[in-house]
Ligand binder design. Structure first.
Ligand code: PLP
Length: 452
């Protein structure tokens, strides 16, 4: 699995799980005490472990434990958290200059990043790209661009959607707790439609045709001409790694065309090879009018992008888009290093192999236990949904218990989902097969004991 990848980027840390202390260890516990004294408690945390170094599929903590990384900093460090080529390009840029502000004076790397995205994102039409720093900023700017281009106000979003935590994007996000609780009033002109969750379909919408009819009904009730944009994740991320019913995204494409609505595909989590293709919308054979990337785009240096049809991207007036750090030169160099490493296709093959290995180990649990409802996802974006067999009653308690037991055994896992009952796997695309099998073995074992 890693023959080609090892040549690209041999990780500097030993790629084995190792427990030196209990998790968290004493040094992490002491640092966490200090954190509580200084840091806003508004920030949650999955595991109170402090990191010393991280690379490949391993996170080494300050107590000398080596954890298997099934999180990648939430789908960000796909090429390993200390990727050598990223580090080299960023280090060189640090010596030359760290910042000029692209709105003040220009630098070539930003043009190159935009050019790569214009060329590699789905859609055989002329494109332009605008760079920002965070995913939420990309979402907000896509809405600004769609409004400027159409002269319309409303934005259609979907059940179980996640688009960020800023004021506009938390309004677009579906789940109240933790994202919206006590933070209202919510922004106006956001309308929510049914999503196409195959395991848990909306009432009266068990087929893709019925869901699409319900979406169109929502458009009609508000007046289709009032909608600037519809924004969809090709696989819903925080909402539970929901792969939509086949035909749903192509159906949205048709609805958008019919009513002159800008189709915005939020690939912030699914993009950059995560699902085994460069962009998850390729699995659907659909090109958005605008496509959003962030997270893995620069392997951890903050960078996000809106890429899309030239006429849309050029609709805002000059000076209407921007940001002090938008397309920062360090981030652009990191992105160029990421692009180079996608050239030979090995990373995409690795994402596909991760899916095959994970399904081989995890799918038998659906039959063997009464709490695993489904193993789903694409490539290296996979999830296990815990629910009682038959009734499908969500089991967030099992997801939490399994995740906690994995942490104790040295495997970093995350949960997600509207009901908090989904355990998600986002290993770095460069994880070695042996390490992957070790981590999945621990996970399967913990699920078996939680189920018994
Ligand atoms: C993470 C995420 C965002 C928000 O990105 P930030 O960088 O956290 O602002 C938006 N959309 C999707 C699908 C995401 O996964």
């Amino acid at each position: 699995m890693t023959e080609t990848l090892a040549a690209i980027d041999a990780p500097t840390l030993p790629q084995t799980r190792h427990l030196a202390t209990s998790i968290p260890g004493p040094r992490s516990a002491a640092l966490h005490e200090q954190r509580v004294q200084q840091v806003s408690s508004g920030f949650g945390m999955t595991l109170p472990v402090f990191v010393n170094r991280a690379d490949g599929g391993i996170i080494e903590d300050v107590d000398g434990n080596r954890l298997i990384d099934f999180a990648s900093g939430i789908a960000v460090t796909s090429l390993g958290a200390a990727n050598r080529r990223v580090a080299e390009r960023v280090a060189k840029q640090l010596e030359d200059f760290t910042h000029t502000c692209f709105m003040v004076t220009e630098y070539e790397s930003l043009t190159q990043v935009c050019g790569w995205l214009n060329q590699h994102t789905p859609g055989d039409f002329e494109k332009r790209t605008a760079l920002f720093s965070t995913g939420a900023e990309a979402v907000e700017n896509a809405v600004k661009i769609a409004r400027a281009a159409t002269g319309r106000a409303n934005v259609l979003v979907f059940d179980e959607a996640y688009h960020g935590r800023s004021l506009l994007t938390m309004g677009m996000t579906a789940k109240v707790n933790p994202y919206k609780l006590n933070f209202g009033p919510m922004p106006e002109h956001i309308v929510r439609a049914a999503s196409a969750n195959p395991l848990r379909p909306a009432a009266g919408a068990a087929t893709v045709e019925a869901v699409l009819a319900s979406v169109e009904q929502t458009l009609v009730e508000h007046g289709p001409q009032s909608f600037a944009a519809m924004v969809i994740e090709p696989i819903q991320g925080e909402g539970g790694f929901v792969v939509p019913m086949a035909g749903f995204i192509p159906g949205l494409r048709k609805l958008a065309d019919k009513h002159g609505i800008v189709l915005v595909i939020d690939e912030i989590q699914t993009g950059m090879g995560r699902t085994g293709k460069l962009f998850a919308s390729e699995h659907e054979g659909v090109a958005g009018d605008l496509i959003l990337t962030a997270k893995a785009l620069a392997n951890g240096v903050p960078l996000s992008a809106v890429t899309g049809r030239k006429e849309l991207m050029n609709a805002p007036h000059a000076g209407g888009l921007g940001g002090t750090y938008a397309g920062n030169p360090l981030a652009c160099e990191a992105a160029l290093a990421v692009f180079e490493q996608f050239e030979d296709g090995a990373l995409l093959e690795n994402a596909q192999l991760i899916e095959r290995v994970a399904r081989e180990i995890l799918e038998p649990l659906v039959r063997q236990t009464s709490v695993v409802a489904e193993v789903r996802g694409r490539g290296a974006m996979l999830a296990i949904e815990f629910a009682d067999a038959g009734s499908l009653a969500p089991r967030p308690d099992v997801a939490a218990a399994v995740s906690k037991a994995c942490h104790g055994a040295g495997v970093l896992t995350l949960t997600c989902g509207t009901h908090g009952n989904v355990l998600r796997l986002l290993p770095p695309l460069v994880i070695g097969e042996e390490l992957l099998r070790d981590g999945l073995g621990v996970l399967a074992q913990q699920i078996r004991s939680a189920a018994s």
